[in-house]
Design a protein around this ligand. Structure first.
Ligand code: SAH
Length: 251
């Protein structure tokens, strides 16, 4: 048997945000290796497949990447359609390259199926365009999270200078991120939004300014959350602040 491995983007969570191709491949899959961020309703779209959790969630047990690579290579010897299902888009902060390279080295056919990344799901739910004429002509997707032995990346300089910055895997250290951004020149008054569980029923948003980011992050629950910052959010943050003030007066 020489199976093919499909690296498939599961999108931000809502099953109907999967691509048609992703849904078709799940239906055909013999085995699905999925990470912990994937919604069970999406896994249910693979009725014939053996489901293998190789999940990564910050702070919890995760399967070592080398072992995941080996499992994928071994599966190609046993199954025809192997789906490696990853949250959002596989090619953003998903360690897809390591898997693609390991599979290529073993001579196994692969294909990548894109998914909707968290930044775009957050932008959709906020109804705030990440780019806007006269306000934002560039967007940066960054993460302060780096692996062991890895050199510190220049995410900070990028997040300071980008018109719109979207920070993945940062909600747990929001206070330190805000301090670092302000220390490197991003204004304390920069509008920010924190979006948790974008596209899912548990979705929540919190608006404010960079100086308040740590406080906003205290309201975030256990779901995945993303930070968006930049002037594109200014009107949205102003409106939310007015509503919050009005509510405070009433209560
Ligand atoms: N490949 C994924 C990102 C994996 S890194 C993608 O393209 O979206 C995991 C981080 O993505 C989380 O820490 C969080 O910052 C973000 N994330 C994933 N799903 C999310 C969701 N539904 N809502 C908000 N943030 C999400």
């Amino acid at each position: 048997m020489s199976g093919k491995v499909y690296l498939v983007g599961a999108g931000p969570g809502a099953p109907d945000l999967l691509s048609l191709r992703a849904a078709r491949l799940l239906g055909e899959a013999d085995v699905v290796f999925h990470d912990a961020l994937v919604n069970p309703e999406i896994l249910a779209m693979a009725p014939h497949a053996k489901l293998v959790a190789v999940g990564k969630r910050c702070g919890r047990h995760s399967t070592a990447q080398a072992f995941i690579n080996k499992q994928l290579v071994d599966a190609a010897g046993k199954y025809r359609v192997i789906v490696r299902l990853k949250g959002g888009d596989p090619m953003l902060f998903g360690r897809a390259q390591e898997e693609i390279d390991a599979l290529a080295a073993a001579g196994i056919a692969t294909e990548v199926v894109p998914g909707i990344t968290a930044a775009l799901a957050a932008s959709a739910t906020l109804k705030v365009s990440l780019t806007r004429r006269g306000v934002a002509r560039n967007v940066a997707f960054v993460t302060p999270r780096i692996g062991k032995m890895e050199k510190a990346s220049d995410w900070l300089a990028t997040a300071v200078s980008a018109d719109t910055a979207v920070i993945y895997m940062g909600a747990g250290e929001a206070g330190a991120i805000a301090q670092a951004l302000m220390a490197h020149g991003r204004a304390a008054t920069t509008p920010v939004a924190l979006v948790e569980c974008a596209s899912l029923p548990a979705e929540q948003w919190h608006f404010g300014h960079l100086a308040e980011l740590e406080h906003l992050a205290h309201h975030v629950g256990p779901g995945p959350a993303i930070i968006v910052l930049g002037d594109v959010l200014r009107e949205r943050v102003q409106a939310a602040t007015l509503v919050q003030e009005a509510l405070r007066r009433v209560v």
